[in-house]
Design a protein around this ligand. Sequence first.
Ligand code: MG
Length: 340
Amino acid sequence: MLELADGDRTIAWSECVAAEKPNYSPETIDTARHALRSWLIPAVLERAFEHPSDVHRLLDARVRGHPMAKAALEMGCWELHARIRGEPLAHLLGGTRDRVEVGISLGIEGSPEKLVEKARRARDEGCRKIKIEPGSDYRFVTAVRDDLGPDAPLMADANSAYTLDDTARLERLDELGLLMIEQPLDHRDLLRHARLQERLATPLCLDESVDCVDRAEDMIALKSGRILNIKAGRVGGFTASLAIHDRCREAGVPVWCGGMLESGVGRAYNVALASLDNFRIPGDLSPSRRYWERDIVEPQWTMSSDGLVRVPRRKPGMGVTVDRDRVEDLMVWRDRVGAS
Ligand code: MG
């Protein structure tokens, strides 16, 4: 968590989505802490900014990589700006929706039966995103499809578990009517995804491969996929996310908001982003209770019975308040950078 304060003591909280281990991307909590302390926060503190969209350019010019660390700081600046202006964050970003649709991610299970059980229990969330890998794909997804019926929205996320040698295996999934297959091939690849997309009727969605606006343009030009998962942490923050959103809209490519197991603060940022009009597929925006005994924000995030989360549009900033006692209870370490 980052707590940012401007000169007149306006406070904004933000969240870094890096994990403990470099499984999803090379970043970790420890590399993000190092990058923030050593280079990113000092670079921001020595400058004045007219608008939070100027922060991205500075950070990108000064430091290569570390998008999740940059995003935590850059998005915090957007929140700070929203609070100073007394404007809801969703509004500042250009979001137009009042409510956003929620999907649910289901991990790899030991058997198709177990997966079906999990998928059933997630009945409130409309769209189920099933993790797949070779050996846990066709039979597993078929079992869920048979159980939930032909109209249930289903998607599969492969997290780079396949190669082009598995093309025939992936082609079998075409008959299951999936909304998309996400990132089947290497986490840096665009070209092979384009070859695979030519062979598949199911739209491919990219996640890991698109980490900036240029890569999103490459994906569109190469036809590497027909859908994009935007995770603000992966692309360095809101400014890049908005540019990618706009570019995809122009190209007729729908986007959706992916999650990284955020607390209620990161959730608030995702909900604000997902309120933009080209976020046309349910996002990873599950309510607090799915992941946390007690979230660190008030009110906790909840979902309506038809699988929708309300976008805060009345309060300034992200629309939830950080529960400082809860944060103190969970604190492992704390750093302070800049003037006190
Ligand atoms: Mg993914």
